[in-house]
Design a protein around this ligand. Structure first.
Ligand SMILES: [Zn+2]
Ligand SMILES: [Zn+2]
Length: 336
């Protein structure tokens, strides 16, 4: 597929789409019904359908019966850890293998002209973005993911929180399910703004930002504090009356679902002419410029607060003007 009919490549080899990144069209004013209709399937497809199915699969095949989950026993907890770990490494690994190891589509649709493996850096463990990401996923993300998951299931099994059943309140649960991407976006935006506060950025979030040119295993390459805040979005299902399967879906959406923003490619080519959009551009720009696009555009927080960058020249000029204003303000502050 010719990526230059969809975008352009600069002298450094960085590719950018012709179409600027956009927020969800439900927020357009005046409303554009056709655009909304075209976009609507993307609200759940393809990713959310995978997380819903994975949550159901875990509930039926990985987790024990509710009686067993009333007590914290190593058997079911270790089984859960093994399944989560294999699933994450297999899932992220498919992208890593196809796009970065076998380089099945070369640099077509690749935002950054460089390959992370060719840019060794001291900021990473073993100087490798990939090894660093894999180890942090294994030793930080998986145990924290497990602890949150076990805590949530234990609370439901013991009746510490209300368990709303699909049989009794199907409409309520469907509405809650429809709102879950918005819960994710809002939670993510808020904690992301929080960890960009200079002190927290320096000690916590800078680890995730070491990946200026993110690749699949950058997805959960985070400081433990960030992982607790980020994966902790599943804890909303202990606060809002919900169901453990929806809590699992929210957790899978955060954990497995961290990958779309870190694929590094705009499209994954399928066959000669097909391509799956990755929706990675907004978050790629965040990794590139740091102080733009704290959210992913489902709710236009960045538009409302003036931090949105759509990847276009105009977006760049707006960002530069904002940074210049910030610098001027800092320089004008009298020394104490
Ligand atoms: Zn990221
Ligand atoms: Zn950030």
């Amino acid at each position: 597929m010719d990526d230059l009919s969809f975008g352009k490549r600069n002298k450094r080899g960085d590719w950018a789409p012709n179409e600027p990144a956009s927020i969800a069209p439900i927020w357009d004013a005046p409303p554009q019904p056709m655009k909304i209709l075209k976009w609507l399937p993307h609200y759940f497809a393809p990713y959310d359908i995978i997380w819903i199915l994975s949550a159901l699969a875990w509930w039926h095949w990985v987790l024990p019966d509710v009686e067993t989950m009333k007590t914290l026993q190593w058997g079911w907890i270790l089984k859960l850890l093994v399944f989560n770990t294999i699933a994450v490494f297999a899932f992220f690994g498919i992208y890593e293998w196809r796009l970065y190891i076998s380089r099945a589509q070369g640099n077509r649709f690749k935002y950054n002209g460089k390959w992370p493996s060719e840019n060794k850096s001291d900021v990473f463990w073993f100087k490798s973005q990939n090894i660093d990401g894999m180890l942090r996923t294994l030793f930080h993300a998986m145990p924290i993911w497990l602890a949150l998951e076990v805590g949530i299931l234990y609370a439901y099994a013991n009746g510490y929180v209300p368990w709303v059943s699909f049989a009794e309140h199907p409409y309520y649960l469907v509405v809650l399910m429809l709102l879950m991407p918005i819960i994710h976006e809002t939670h993510f935006y808020l904690i992301h703004r929080l960890i960009h506060i200079p002190f927290l950025y320096k000690h916590v979030h800078s680890i995730h930002h070491n990946s200026v040119n993110p690749s699949p295993y950058s997805s959960l390459s985070m400081h433990p504090v960030e992982l607790v805040l980020y994966l902790g979005m599943a804890l909303w299902h202990l606060v809002i009356p919900s169901n453990p399967i929806l809590a699992l879906y929210q957790l899978h959406r955060a954990g497995f679902g961290a990958i779309p923003g870190h694929i590094g490619f705009d499209k994954i080519e399928v066959g000669e002419t097909g391509g799956i959009p990755t929706h990675a551009y907004i978050h790629y720009l965040h990794h590139k410029y740091f102080e733009v696009n704290y959210g992913d555009g489902l709710v236009p927080f960045d538009k409302w607060f003036g931090t949105f960058h759509d990847g276009s020249k105009e977006g760049e000029a707006q960002m530069d003007a904002r940074f210049a204003k910030k610098r001027a303000k800092m320089n004008a502050t009298p020394a104490e």
